[in-house]
Design a protein around this ligand. Structure first.
Ligand code: AMP
Length: 216
C-alpha cells in the first residue's frame, strides 16, 4: 500500500499516519521529521530549513524534493505513508516523476476533511503546560487534565499557546487552502483522491480510512 495523507492542521493527520504504519506495516515518511533531524544535525539542508521552520514558512520545493528523492533512492521504501509531502502542486509533480522512475504507483491519497470552524474549535481547546521542560498538551474536549488548568505530569499551570490562538489558526488555514487546493485537484483528476471526514473520534476515522482503501 502506498499512500499520501493530506489534511489541515488539527485534522489528526499525524495520528492517522501513525496508526496506518502500525497496523498495515507501512514505512512512515514525514518531511517535517526529516527536516527537524537535519536541523538538529546542522547539515547544509538544516541550515536552510531552520529559520523557515521557526517562522512556520515552507521550505523551498527543490530542497524537499531532493530530500525525498534521496530517501527513495537509498532506503527505497516499497510500502509507505507520506505525511506532509507532497505539500504543493510542484512537489506533487516532482513526486509523480520520482515514483515513476522507481516503478512505483500510489494507491490512494487520503484527504482528511474538516471545516475551518471545527479546526479553530479543536485547536482552541488545546491547553499546554507552561513549564518548558514538560510541555505536555491536553484538549479540554478530548483529553482534559485531571484538575482544571493544572498539568497532570508536573503540576504547572496550563495555557493557550500563541500558535493556537484563533487569529493564528485562521491565518494558517487560509495558507493551507491557498497551497493545497491545487494539489488536491491534481490527485482528484488522477482518480486517487479519497475524502474521509476527520470529524468523528480518531478510531472511527481510522476505520473509515481502512474501508476506503483500495483492496490489495
Ligand atoms: P510538519 O511536521 O509536517 O508540520 O512540518 C513542519 C515544518 O516543516 C513545516 O511548517 C514546514 O516549514 C516544513 N515542511 C515540512 N514538510 C514540508 C514540505 N513538504 N514542503 C515544504 N516545507 C515543509
Amino acid at each position: 500500500m502506498r499512500l499520501v495523507l493530506v489534511g489541515p492542521p488539527g485534522s489528526g493527520k499525524g495520528t492517522q499516519a501513525e496508526k496506518l504504519c502500525e497496523r498495515l506495516g507501512l514505512t512512515y515518511v514525514g518531511t517535517g521529521n526529516i527536516l527537524r533531524e537535519a536541523i538538529k544535525q546542522n547539515t547544509p539542508v538544516g541550515k536552510i530549513a531552520r529559520p523557515l521552520l521557526d517562522q512556520g514558512l515552507l521550505v523551498p520545493d527543490t530542497v524537499v524534493n531532493d530530500l525525498v528523492a534521496e530517501l527513495f533512492r537509498t532506503a527505497r521504501p516499497e510500502r509507505f505513508v507520506m505525511d506532509g509531502y507532497p505539500r504543493t502542486y510542484a512537489q506533487a509533480i516532482a513526486f509523480d516523476a520520482l515514483l515513476s522512475q522507481q516503478f512505483l504507483k500510489l494507491d490512494a491519497v487520503i484527504n482528511l476533511t474538516i471545516a475551518d470552524d471545527e479546526v479553530v474549535r479543536r485547536i482552541g481547546s488545546r491547553r499546554c503546560c507552561s513549564n518548558k521542560d514538560c510541555g505536555v498538551c491536553y484538549n479540554l474536549a478530548f483529553r482534559p487534565p485531571k484538575t482544571e488548568n493544572v498539568c497532570d505530569r508536573c503540576g504547572s499551570p496550563l495555557s493557550l499557546r500563541d500558535d493556537d490562538k484563533e487569529e493564528t489558526i485562521r491565518r494558517r488555514l487560509v495558507e493551507f487552502h491557498r497551497i493545497t487546493d491545487a494539489l488536491i485537484e491534481h490527485y482528484r483528476r488522477a482518480g486517487l483522491l479519497v475524502d474521509v471526514s476527520a470529524v468523528p473520534p480518531m478510531e472511527t476515522v481510522y476505520k473509515n480510512i481502512e474501508r476506503a482503501l483500495p483492496q490489495q
